[in-house]
Design a protein around this ligand. Structure first.
Ligand code: PLP
Length: 367
């Protein structure tokens, strides 16, 4: 049976998402006891004790379907953000909200604009969905060329996705740049700003997008509990937007898309928001120390506002990433992101993990 002939061209043109390798897989494959994962921009600090307690409590009720409307979580997050629950939609990770936006908005022949060398899910999802992606090259300094992105919008554009700060470069666009970009986008085009790394940002001129919603009803803000909140394994993220836009988006949502453990854990994260500042500070300290040490090794490090660093070493970075793996340090080669052998992405780990990574990289470079 030739199953290939049954599937849409977009599926045939797509290679499956290739995630950072799990620790257990590397241990199994290479027979290593100790493996350090700095590949998927996770929070190495792990979930808070209060979050684990909330999950254990909720686990007693998993014979029941979750609250499809995420009622309690919506109320809690709405209060936290200063919006209404009707402005919120939750997904099985913010990934799912990206998917919902594309599925709900784009018909055949229409397109979605985003940056080349941005979050890999944008080209993957748009390829599967009518091959509707339109990638715009990054500008100088590995930052989004927002003027070029605005210029790429045409009559058939339904959605523009701006990842800010950007994965995998770690760079950001300023409030002034984002403001002027929004002014250029016709109100009939939805702008999704993917702020997965929002809580890590320390730059004073980073855009605060929530207050922009009032003036720009075509704006949707995407955030996640996977990163600073340490819930990557539970899968929960959300979108914030105009209530009428969100109401339409709910129609593209699967009925029980967010599990009950994730809902309980997210509420506990919001109840413990005071922990975020410390997590962001510790990340920033390690990020700066890592960047300095890598630069001392002669590598080019892209300035980052996130919990990872893009490290350039033309012609060598891909090979180094593979050799780091053999030494039990998983970083992310950037071939899937279209950066080939030129770069690797290193997530910020705990101080000891970062030291081990630097040591292993030093050995590889010096060998
Ligand atoms: C820019 C960006 N958006 C979204 C996500 C996905 O987040 P989630 O785990 O909420 O699906 C990631 C995860 O790496 C990301 O880097």
């Amino acid at each position: 049976m030739d199953f290939k002939s049954l599937f849409r061209p977009g599926i045939l043109a797509t290679r499956p998402y290739s995630p950072g390798k799990p620790i257990s897989e590397v241990q199994r494959e290479l027979g290593l006891k100790t493996v350090i994962k700095l590949a998927s921009n996770e929070n190495p600090e792990g979930p808070l004790p209060a979050v684990l307690e909330a999950i254990a409590d909720a686990a007693r009720h998993i014979n029941r379907y979750p609250d499809a409307a995420c009622h309690d979580l919506s109320a809690r997050l709405a209060e936290h953000l200063g919006v209404q629950p009707q402005n919120l939609i939750f997904g099985n990770g913010s990934n799912e909200v990206i998917d919902m936006l594309i599925r709900a908005l784009v018909s055949p022949g229409e397109n979605v604009v985003f940056s080349a060398h941005s979050f890999i899910v944008y080209p993957l999802t748009t390829r599967v969905h009518f091959e509707c992606g339109r990638a715009v090259p990054l500008g100088p300094g590995d930052r989004h060329d927002l003027a070029a992105m605005a210029a790429a919008v045409d009559d058939a554009t339904k959605l523009v996705i701006v990842c800010n700060p950007n994965n995998p470069t770690g760079t950001y666009n300023t409030a002034a740049e984002f403001d002027s970009f929004l002014e250029k986008i016709p109100p009939r085009v939805i702008v999704a700003v993917d702020e997965a790394y929002y809580e890590y940002v320390t730059a004073a001129d980073y855009p605060q997008t929530l207050p922009m919603l009032a003036e720009h009803p075509n704006l949707v803000i995407l955030r996640t509990f996977s990163k600073i909140h340490s819930l990557a394994g539970l899968r929960i993220g959300y979108g914030v937007g105009h209530r009428d836009l969100i109401a339409e988006l709910h129609k593209a949502r699967e009925p029980f898309n967010v599990n009950s453990l994730a809902q309980a854990a997210a509420i506990a994260c919001l109840d413990n928001w005071h922990e975020v500042a410390g997590r962001a500070r510790r990340n920033a300290e390690q990020r700066e120390a890592m960047a300095k040490a890598l630069e001392k090794m002669g590598l080019e490090v892209v300035p980052s506002q996130t919990n990872f660093l893009l490290v350039r070493a033309p012609g060598q970075a891909g090979e180094w990433a593979r050799r780091l793996l053999e030494k039990g340090v998983i970083v992310r080669p950037m071939d899937a992101f279209g950066l080939g052998e030129g770069a690797m992405r290193i997530s910020i780990g705990l101080p000891g993990e970062n030291r081990a990574c630097l040591e292993a990289l030093g050995e590889i470079i010096g060998s």
